[in-house]
Design a protein around this ligand. Structure first.
Ligand code: PHE
Length: 451
């Protein structure tokens, strides 16, 4: 196989942590987590989600970063090379293919929703949220999604932002962006938490989030919680593999991954603690769907002194968070075109960007013109989300876990995961090689109604 580019490396462990956190923390934490919790009945979903993060997500993240560092290639080539080195079927490169395809599909709707956030930056000034009631907030949201042209404009702007960065190569800007972004986002989330604790129904929200109601636990809920764990940790799509491929060889992968996963989980829970007190205080339905944060947060901002500035800053930071994620979502595909087909970065970016943008129009229309068009009761956006988060990512993750534990020679894995003692190493292997794939399989089969 002909391959170009021994690649650059992150300058330090911190840079990798920042870049990987930038990928993990995004709309998944602040937009998707709360509305999924709301739609799936609260505590039981949160519990399954947390179990999946720790028992499935973190071990698979370690496996994925490790594969990336060993192969030092984009995911498609990387899996092909590793399979060849270890004398296994070249079909293992399917992991790279399915991840890259999932990335393309996820980008298509991620960009549309990020466009909503861009729109809310504008709304925070015009008309502004001061004194906004819940009904007014809901109608702002409804009017936005009813207008395909506005949505297309914002989706286009976000797609250009993403591919503008990807076209230039991603390493340089990421570190700086994330260093400012994460502290800023945290400060504003804590500010909002202060509001929710004082003026929202905080006790009710705590019960909703952390008191599992087992009647709500079905196969579909468990699948949704597992899919969300994969989505929020940026797993099985090749993003972590690409970032791992820039990781210097003397850095401990497990410790680093745990830091990234814990930060990601903390931000998701924080976001839930901000949103639900407002939902309950305003008598809103928790299951309101993808508009949940867009309808609740403006009411909170509108009621606090200086709220206009806070709203403006919050949505800007959220765009940045979405931006650093979306860059990592498309990077596997772009780097494959560059490394395998000798395309220039700008050319590869324009092609992937245009394709993703075009598919994204389907998501735009699924909120207005094609709202009634459903397959199995799901709109086009819901189908794309279900297909990627609930099927492609978990199954891809299962394959990554199996490959890393059963197809790579144990010695080379041990060396690659340096700084793991024998006990920790065996623990990781047991969890990743047996527990995680079994869990994914059981949840998938159960949601299909097999048992
Ligand atoms: N983890 C990102 C988020 O939570 C989304 C993402 C998914 C990024 C898959 C990369 C890969 O918003």
């Amino acid at each position: 196989m002909k391959i170009r580019s021994p690649r650059g490396q992150w300058s330090s462990r911190l840079t990798f942590i920042l870049a990987a956190t930038g990928s993990a923390v995004g709309l998944g934490n602040i937009w998707k987590f709360p509305y999924m919790v709301g739609q799936n009945g609260g505590g039981a979903f949160v519990l399954v989600y947390l179990i999946c993060i720790f028992l499935v997500g973190i071990p698979i993240m370690i496996a994925e970063v490790m594969l990336g560092r060993r192969a030092r290639q984009n995911p498609i080539n990387g899996m092909a090379i590793l399979a060849e080195q270890e004398h296994h079927s070249p079909r293992w490169s399917l992991i790279g293919w399915s991840g890259t395809l999932a990335g393309f599909l996820i980008f298509s709707f991620y960009s549309v929703i990020s466009g909503w956030v861009l729109y809310y930056i504008y709304l925070s000034w015009n008309p502004g949220f001061s004194g906004l009631t819940m009904e007014e907030s809901q109608s702002l949201f409804r009017n936005m999604v009813a207008d395909p042209y506005g949505l297309i404009g914002c989706h286009t702007l976000f797609a250009i932002m993403t591919f503008g960065v990807v076209a230039r190569g991603i390493q340089a800007g990421l570190e700086r962006a994330v260093k400012i972004l994460m502290p800023g986002l945290l400060i504003l989330l804590f500010l909002l938490l202060g509001y929710s604790m004082s003026y929202g129904s905080f006790g009710e929200a705590l019960r909703f989030l952390f008191q599992p109601d087992w009647d709500h636990l079905s196969g579909q809920t468990a699948l949704a919680a597992m899919g969300q764990a994969f989505f929020t940790l940026s797993l099985a799509l090749g993003a972590m593999m690409v970032y791992g491929s820039y990781l210097p060889s003397n850095i401990s992968i497990p410790r680093t991954c745990i830091i990234v996963a814990l930060s990601d989980t903390a931000i998701a829970l924080l976001s839930g603690l901000v949103i639900f007190p407002i939902v309950f205080a305003q008598g809103m339905a928790p299951a309101s769907g993808p508009g949940l944060i867009f309808q609740t947060l403006p009411v909170a901002f509108g009621a606090m002194p200086g709220g206009q500035w806070f709203a403006f800053m919050f949505f800007i930071l959220l765009v940045f968070a979405a931006w650093t994620s979306s860059i990592s979502i498309v990077e596997p595909g772009v780097s494959w075109l560059v490394e395998n087909h000798g395309w220039t970065r700008p050319r590869a970016s324009v092609m992937v960007g245009f394709g993703g943008w075009l598919v994204g129009l389907g998501t735009v229309f699924s909120f207005n013109l094609w709202k009634e068009f459903t397959v199995l009761g799901k709109t086009l956006f819901e189908c794309l989300d279900y297909l990627t988060s609930n099927l492609m990512l978990p199954l891809g993750g299962m394959a990554i876990a199996i490959f890393a534990c059963w197809k790579l020679s144990v010695n080379s894995t041990r060396n690659e995961l340096n700084l793991l003692g024998p006990f920790e190493f065996n623990l990781w292997r047991g969890v990743t090689g047996i527990l995680a794939p079994t869990a994914v399989l059981l949840v998938c089969l159960n949601s299909l109604g097999v048992f």
